[in-house]
Design a protein. Structure first.
Length: 113
């Protein structure tokens, strides 16, 4: 896949798997927006790879929209979004849906045994 000249948003991109993803995307030529709460690490990584840092709490829709807008504003078409953000102990909009979801999903019985 050719990522040269596209933009990408990586939530949780300042450390761990997110950071590794940021580095891999940048190495392939993507303009990467690092969406994370850790300003020190996020800004340093953005400076290192020539990307953009946007302080983002993924449970806050306005902050997520700001990260996406930063990618749009880069002038490169937004083609990649990676969610690597952890929100241990925090409840965002996704938590209510996750709480109602069972895994594995139940399937209706076919009536045969």
């Amino acid at each position: 896949m050719d990522l040269n000249g596209v933009s990408a948003v990586v939530s949780g991109g300042a450390s761990g798997l997110g950071e590794a993803t940021v580095r891999a995307l940048a190495a392939e030529g993507a303009k990467v927006v690092i969406a994370d709460l850790n300003e020190d690490r996020g800004k340093a990584l953005a400076d290192e790879i020539g990307g953009v840092f946007v302080k983002t709490d993924v449970s806050n829709e306005e902050q997520v929209q700001a990260a996406v807008q930063a990618a749009v504003d880069s002038g490169a078409p937004l083609r990649v979004i990676v969610n690597s953000a952890a929100s241990a102990g925090r409840r965002g909009p996704w938590a209510a849906t996750a709480a109602r979801t069972t895994w594995p999903p139940t399937r209706p019985s076919s009536g045969s045994t």
